[in-house]
Design a protein around this ligand. Structure first.
Ligand SMILES: Cc1cc2nc3c(=O)[nH]c(=O)nc-3n(C[C@H](O)[C@H](O)[C@H](O)COP(=O)(O)O)c2cc1C
Length: 253
């Protein structure tokens, strides 16, 4: 015998056909869908916990005591809800920010090195929040944490460069994404060329752009500043596959 779930209130009806009317909320048979086999019959997948600081993903019943990549505690991990479920009006009604975390995990990003300069000192950080805002005028945006040294440099000089990474350049993510320039010289031993605006560009990047922040378009978004900037120069270097966040994550598993 089939099981039918009411899409509005979740009532389960057993029978070959859906009921003429839901006994709980009164909707018709068109609002019933065949209930999927219980998840218990499927192999139970491990829970996945995402570090909200560095995006490391941990599998297990609980978050780790300490993030192996950036060192923060379990309180900064969120549970990624991976279950497949039918989208019903009830599921939409009960959704909140907790269930949005795993949804946001499906947004695709590239990975880049954003670099800047201040008083002849250079620094750079890994950044996924780079995107083109408009083509005419040619503008991009980046979103940087206010605690980052790169943020301090961009605020001071108003200029930055973005080096686009190739799919095999995960080492650059480790170098620029997990340590601060306050503690180490991240460009020591790295081949780079100064751009027209003085910001360092990785010589082995796929492509790069240089940009100048529009001072009236710096948006304080709490922990981060969203910088919108005019692209002042840029060039393709190698036409190879670009590094995406999802490629990077799969390389860590
Ligand atoms: C994959 C990845 C993506 C990141 N994306 C961003 C980002 O978009 N914005 C940001 O502020 N920090 C981002 N970070 C974190 C910074 O790269 C990191 O905090 C860095 O150590 C800051 O360095 P700094 O203090 O030398 O500027 C990312 C880190 C990783 C590993």
């Amino acid at each position: 015998m089939k099981k039918w779930r009411c899409n509005v209130c979740g009532h389960i009806h057993e029978g070959d056909q859906p009921p003429a009317e839901c006994p709980i909320c009164g909707v018709g048979p068109e609002d019933f869908a065949v209930e999927q086999e219980p998840a218990a019959k499927l192999p139970v997948a491990a829970k996945r916990w995402k570090c909200t600081v560095c995006d490391y993903v941990h599998e297990g019943d609980h978050p780790p005591d300490k993030c192996p990549l950036c060192g923060v505690g379990p309180e900064l991990f969120v549970l990624l809800l991976d279950e497949t479920r039918q989208l019903t009006r009830a599921a939409v009604a009960e959704a909140g920010q907790d269930t949005a975390h795993s949804a946001l995990d499906k947004i695709s990003y590239g990975l880049y090195i954003v670099s800047s300069i201040k008083d002849n000192n250079i620094n750079g950080q890994c950044c996924n929040t780079v995107f083109q805002v408009t083509s005419k005028p040619l503008r991009i945006s980046i979103c940087l944490n206010k605690n980052n040294l790169t943020h301090e440099y961009v605020m001071a000089s108003g200029v930055f460069a973005v080096s686009m990474l190739g799919s095999d350049q995960t080492a650059a993510v480790h170098r620029f994404g997990y340590k601060s320039g306050r503690d180490t010289d991240k460009f020591a031993g790295v081949d780079y060329i100064a751009g027209q605006n003085g910001c360092p560009i990785l010589t082995n990047c796929l492509a790069y752009v240089e940009a100048r922040v529009m001072p009236e378009k710096m948006v304080d978004v709490g922990s981060h500043t969203l910088f919108i900037a005019d692209v002042t120069a840029g060039r393709m270097v190698a036409n190879a596959e670009a590094l995406t966040y999802s490629l990077y994550r799969s390389s860590k598993r």
